[in-house]
Ligand binder design. Structure first.
Ligand SMILES: *Cc1c(COP(=O)(O)O)cnc(C)c1O
Length: 442
């Protein structure tokens, strides 16, 4: 007799036959099952069999206020009854205007113009194009190169890959990508023994200074992930680097692009990470959390000076870039509802208290003999695990699921980037069970 497939087994096999999953060697799924998710509520994801998983990575760093958040749901539902979408060339609508005005209020002063895209990589592309086009419009057409940090990640379209320095994502496409230079990362794990994160940041900024001094005539922009290089394995660094980099970019007529796609929207403890260095970049990129993790939306914020360089009678001096869903009203309403929650719930202060609590209860993790470089910035925690298992990440993921945790280590770096609504009981569960998993894998 052929056993009847459960609903979940059936969905998995249909998914593997029809869906090409992202960031995945599909053959792995011969042995590693997909997790079929039926619904989400708060920090929890529920599979088809009703098993729950704590979303400790905010579903790839996008979710801020939990799954199926009633306030965001209500905003989208309201918008759905009014206008689902209209093209943004030649047309406008209240949600996109309001969102732009509110972001201008909240961002470092002087970033008054918002250009929209649909995902993070598009925001990177837009900023790179805008920067080079600005220099062309300003009579400096030789400025066409971009500079980024070692181990940087700015997305995976071809232009974004040209400023991304993660070999795994880049190597197969090397011949398709224009090579851009990188400068040393201020990741404090690379500081010499006894050197503070701050002096290391300055030492790396000196390397940036040297590079700019030699090459500034060809360089349009320097792009950075402020405070945390996420895809590099949550590499954290001192804000002094950003401060120093801001001065150097001004000195050498190079734009500073702050890619806050992952670190913006409160993740580092301030609404925008740049605030901690007290700087205003020339471009500020937001995506991921901007809609609370609901809908794809990205925004490139820039200055009046850059905007004015495109403002002219000739069409071709304008920035003609477009995406079909630019400024989608539903996504803008989700973003507005997200900003409302920040204000109504005093989220940044609440997160400070949560982070302090988490750091207290995470002491056994920090002191675990197999754990190295335990670190925290805002609502991000990360550490390396000394493990004999080459496939640690996959084992940790599978054991995580058995313990009701969605953990997705990068190599042997385990990180937590939970939704901000995580409560104390859930934080305790996260620490206790992670300790159990680490003991099983070391
Ligand atoms: C995720 C990410 C991107 C790319 O965003 P996508 O929406 O995945 O294209 C770019 N930069 C940083 C820092 C990111 O974390």
């Amino acid at each position: 007799m052929i056993p009847r497939m459960s609903a979940s087994t059936e969905l998995l096999s249909r998914s593997l036959s029809a869906v090409w999953h992202p960031c995945t060697q599909m053959k792995r799924h011969e042995t590693l099952p997909l997790v079929p998710i039926a619904r989400g509520e708060g920090v929890w994801l529920y599979d088809l069999d009703g098993k729950r998983y704590l979303d400790t990575v905010s579903s790839w760093w996008v979710n801020l206020f939990g799954h199926c958040n009633p306030r965001i749901n209500a905003a989208i539902t309201d918008q759905l009854g009014k206008l689902e979408h209209v093209m943004l060339a030649g047309f406008t609508h209240e949600p996109v205007v309001q969102l732009s005005e509110r972001l201008r209020e909240l961002a470092p002063a002087g970033l008054g113009h918002c250009f929209y895209g649909s995902d993070g990589a598009s925001a990177t592309e837009i900023a790179l194009k805008m920067s080079a086009h600005y220099w062309r419009n300003s009579g400096k057409a030789r400025k066409t190169q971009f500079l980024s940090l070692q181990n940087s990640y700015h997305g995976e379209t071809l232009g974004a890959l040209s400023v991304t320095d993660v070999a795994l994502f880049r190597d197969a496409y090397g011949t398709l990508i224009r090579q851009n230079a990188t400068v040393p990362s201020p990741d404090w794990r690379n500081a010499t023994h006894g050197e503070s994160a701050e002096s290391f940041a300055h030492r790396c900024a000196d390397a940036l200074a040297e590079h700019l001094q030699q090459h500034h005539e060809q360089i349009a922009a320097f792009i950075v992930e402020p405070l945390i290089q996420g895809a590099a394995g949550m590499a954290m660094y001192h804000p002094a680097y950003l401060h120093h980099a801001r001065e150097l970019c001004l000195q050498y007529d190079v734009h500073l692009i702050a890619d806050e796609i992952a670190v913006g929207m409160g993740r580092t403890g301030t609404l925008f990470a740049c605030e901690q260095a007290n700087i205003r970049p020339d471009f500020l990129l937001l995506s991921k959390g901007i809609t609370g993790g609901y809908l794809p939306l990205s925004v490139v914020m820039t200055t009046d000076e850059i905007y004015q360089a495109f403002y002219a009678d000739e069409t071709a001096r304008g920035f003609l870039h477009s995406h079909s869903y630019t400024g989608n009203p539903l996504a803008c309403r989700a973003a507005l509802a997200t900003l409302d929650i920040f204000a109504q719930d005093d989220v940044l202060n609440a997160n400070r208290a949560k982070a302090a609590f988490f750091n207290r209860i995470a002491q056994p993790l920090r002191e675990h003999p197999k754990v190295r470089d335990f670190r925290n910035t805002g609502m991000v925690w990360a550490f390396e695990v000394d493990t004999p298992h080459a496939d640690f990440a996959q084992r940790c993921f599978s054991l995580g699921l058995q313990h009701e945790l969605l953990l997705r280590p990068m190599g042997n770096t385990v990180y937590f980037m939970p939704p901000y609504i995580i409560n104390e009981e859930q934080m305790l569960m996260l620490v206790t069970r992670t300790l159990v998993i680490i003991d099983l894998l070391t």
